[in-house]
Design a protein around this ligand. Structure first.
Ligand code: CTP
Ligand code: MG
Length: 230
């Protein structure tokens, strides 16, 4: 049986949020923002363990109570200077217990509104896939490329354009090789693509957005609240 593990990079500083603390520790519905994605991933029955990747200098984690998330939550203090470095370090840190053929689901801590159904759909869609893939959203809006003055340079066709989300799900061995060869990528799929492989796009929805700017917090809170009262 192939196993599934989650890796949640949470070693960023949240510079675009501009808050007094890293965005993963901002309050969202009474919990640190990071809590929500971890709660979802630890509720997915097929995920054996969820590894959260913290900066070695992280001074916030220990000030919150994470025990409610259960024993499948594990902490790695191996974050690096970039998201790709944080993921690469985590893949190395778990290599003794995760086999090269096991699936790894890498998920941004900042995508707080991830649902169990979205993760289950990804795992189901990729169960027999030789490469792996990612949750993604077909682009709905017309796209414009801007010039340096903030005016439209041209309209870009949205046909066949997708926004990459996370989780991104690849086998541990393949992903480790891919990131070692392409450390400058901004997502795991980019590294796998650089090997000449074609990750599968699995359609998700806009609720799985990445909390990035201050105004995103209210939207995330509304999505979580709407789900909790359903
Ligand atoms: N991340 C990480 N290690 C880094 C940089 C980012 O683990 N060196 C994580 C973030 O904590 C986040 C995820 O990667 O969960 C996606 O990154 P992003 O949304 O860009 O977060 P930040 O880099 O913290 O934000 P910003 O780019 O605005 O500074
Ligand atoms: Mg960043």
């Amino acid at each position: 049986m192939t196993r599934h593990f989650a890796i949640v990079p949470a070693a960023g500083s949240g510079s675009r949020m501009g808050a007094e603390r890293p965005k993963q520790y901002l309050d969202l519905c009474g919990k640190p923002l990071l809590w929500h994605a971890l709660a979802t991933l630890t509720r997915v029955a097929r995920i054996d363990a969820a590894f959260v990747v913290l900066s070695p200098e992280d001074e916030w984690w220990d000030s919150f109570d994470w025990t409610g998330l259960g024993p499948r939550l594990r902490v790695l203090r191996v974050g690096g200077a970039t998201r790709a470095a944080s993921v690469t370090n985590a893949l190395q840190a778990v290599a003794a217990e995760v086999h090269p053929e096991d699936w790894v689901l890498v998920h941004d801590a900042a995508r707080a509104c991830l649902s169990v159904a979205q993760v289950d759909a990804l795992i189901d869609a990729l169960a027999d896939d030789p490469v792996g893939g990612l949750l993604a959203l077909p682009v709905a809006d017309t796209l414009k490329r801007a010039d340096v003055d903030g005016r439209v340079l041209m309209t870009v066709s949205r046909e066949a354009m997708w926004q990459a989300q996370t989780p991104q799900m690849f086998r541990h061995g393949l992903l480790s090789r891919a990131l070692a060869a392409a450390p400058g990528v901004t997502d795991e799929a980019g590294a796998v693509e650089a090997l000449g492989l074609a990750p599968r796009l699995v359609a998700a929805d806009a609720t799985n957005f990445k909390v990035t700017y201050p105004q995103d917090l209210a939207l995330a809170a509304q999505i979580l609240h709407a789900r909790s009262v359903q």
